[in-house]
Design a protein around this ligand. Structure first.
Ligand code: CO
Length: 136
């Protein structure tokens, strides 16, 4: 079951530059900042209530996030819903004709995650996440 908007993902050229807005102007608190090597991104999480803003800075050229930045520029990247069962959300979406990016849940910045293809969702990249206990 989907329970809330967990985070909004934004693609940025340079997370340090973007923090000058999200942290220093808006005043959000940084709760995590790390490079995920296999995904080729630096992810920075900023807390707002029980939701987050997730900054994604590509660290390699050969990733989806890098291609997104190249073709569409900085800005909104995806919307993430928290769910207690990512596998079930993916399965339900697929059964209703939605194209999946992830056929099954995988580990991500927010916990176990899975993405739907934006082609099927009116241009919005949708993520489901089950936060891992003790993570965000
Ligand atoms: Co995300």
């Amino acid at each position: 079951m989907i329970t809330r908007i967990h985070h909004v993902g934004l693609v940025v050229q340079d997370a340090d530059e973007a923090l000058k807005f999200w942290r220093d102007v808006i005043g959000l608190e940084v709760t995590d900042d790390r490079v995920i090597d296999d995904q080729g991104v630096r992810g920075v999480l900023l807390k707002i209530g029980n939701s987050e803003v997730e900054l994604l800075e590509p660290t390699r050229e050969d990733t989806g996030v890098a291609r997104f930045l190249e073709t569409r520029g900085e800005g909104m990247h995806h919307l993430c819903f928290e769910s207690d069962d990512v596998a079930k959300e993916l399965e339900t979406a697929a059964s209703k004709g939605i194209e999946l990016i992830d056929q099954s849940p995988r580990p991500g910045l927010a916990g176990m995650i899975g993405f739907l293809h934006p082609k099927s969702n009116h241009g919005v990249l949708v993520e489901f996440a089950t936060p891992i206990e003790g993570a965000h």
